[in-house]
Design a protein around this ligand. Structure first.
Ligand SMILES: [Zn+2]
Length: 365
């Protein structure tokens, strides 16, 4: 079975199994393998994302590190054609668990060849907590670098799960740089950089297709920040298309908040809008996503769109979701905030839509 890891920007192949970025141009790595998706190869005894192990990369699928992630509900509180995918119903209450399960499974496969005492990440948010949970389950350390003064439930969640929070005097970027200095026997596995993280997210596309009885929705709304969710979903549908399971990809609508809209502005060729402000959707305050070029290219290839929403629209969307029984954080509510502007078009038609709800509201009480 073929598995290739190479730089998305310059095509340079990865030199070493532990390299996290391209040595030639500094770009992010992407992963390609020839495992296609087959309905007959779904492992029905597994009620987690590893039921699709046959379609995942050879280096992660043999010994999955799983906390039962995936198999999240798809519900229809408004009309039967409007589906909400509850990705916050996960072991650490965010969609990141799909990616963490995959990337920590990769670490486990590396441990057969080299000594790894722990992993290093740079997120004070959902990814930090998620990577920590899977590292603790595997029995290795997890160090999470955060800017000094980071507080809140997400940092507490990292600590409660056994992660070591390392405060860095400086910005979010300074924390990332410090994390990236990790040396043996510690391994940097930044979620925005790891192609295995995105490999895990592909299972979200597989799951939605299975839940919709092998049909595809017309459109999928999802929040976008570092783009791992966006790329994972696009790559998942591409695999389904290449496997002959579906005949076309759904339209992907990526949603950002107005204050931090790098993907939106780049996609539409608008003047760089890298505001010094942060938005209310804290998980989406990513001003310089490492995979920006890949995000724009892949989104254009599938005919996607990017929307932005205002703070007041996010607050209203979160409240409306709550009144329908879905308690999500603001970063998840942005997808519905954009969708609800088109709500009537869907209520009075049979057109199917999926809105992905990424993080639990319990994280920000
Ligand atoms: Zn490169």
């Amino acid at each position: 079975m073929k598995e290739e890891v190479y730089c998305y920007t310059c095509g340079n192949p990865r030199g070493d199994l532990t390299e996290w970025r391209c040595k030639s141009c500094g770009g992010a790595y992407t992963l390609e393998h020839d495992n296609l998706f087959s309905q007959s190869k779904i492992i029905n005894s597994r009620f987690n994302m590893w039921r699709y192990a046959d379609a995942l990369s050879p280096s992660i699928r043999e010994n999955p590190v799983t906390l039962g992630e995936g198999c999240t509900p798809l519900i229809n509180p408004i009309t039967p054609n409007i589906h909400f995918k509850l990705e916050y119903v996960m072991p650490t209450a965010s969609f990141k668990d799909r990616g963490s399960s995959a990337v920590v499974s990769y670490v486990r496969s590396l441990m057969k060849r080299k000594k790894i005492r722990g992993v290093v990440e740079d997120s004070s948010g959902n990814a930090g907590a998620s990577i920590t949970a899977y590292s603790s389950f595997l029995g290795i350390e997890c160090r999470v670098y955060v800017p000094k003064g980071s507080v809140g439930h997400k940092v507490k969640q990292i600590e409660q799960l056994g992660g070591r929070v390392e405060e860095v005097d400086g910005s979010r970027e300074d924390a990332a740089k410090k994390a990236q200095e990790a040396k043996d026997p510690y391994l940097y596995i930044g979620h925005a950089w790891s192609p295995y993280f995105i490999e895990g997210i592909k299972t979200l596309a597989y799951e939605v297709v299975e839940q919709l009885k092998w049909s595809i929705p017309e459109v999928i709304y999802l929040p976008a920040a570092s783009g791992t969710l966006l790329l994972g979903v696009i790559y998942g549908y591409k695999t389904l298309l290449n496997s002959g399971v579906i005949e076309k990809c759904p339209k992907i609508v990526a949603v950002q908040q107005q204050e931090v809209s790098t993907i939106h502005d780049t996609f539409y060729g608008l003047p760089s809008h890298r505001s010094t402000y942060s938005g209310i959707a804290d998980a989406l305050n990513v001003k310089n996503p490492p995979r920006l070029n890949e995000i724009i290219t892949e989104l254009r290839k599938v005919g996607g769109e990017v929307k932005t929403v205002r703070r007041s629209e996010i607050i209203r969307a979160a409240r409306e979701l709550g009144l329908m029984g879905m308690h999500v954080e603001y970063s998840a509510a942005v997808a519905y905030a954009a969708f609800r502007k088109k709500l009537e078009d869907f209520i009075y038609s049979d057109t199917e839509a999926v809105i992905i709800l990424t993080g639990s509201g319990l994280k920000s009480i």
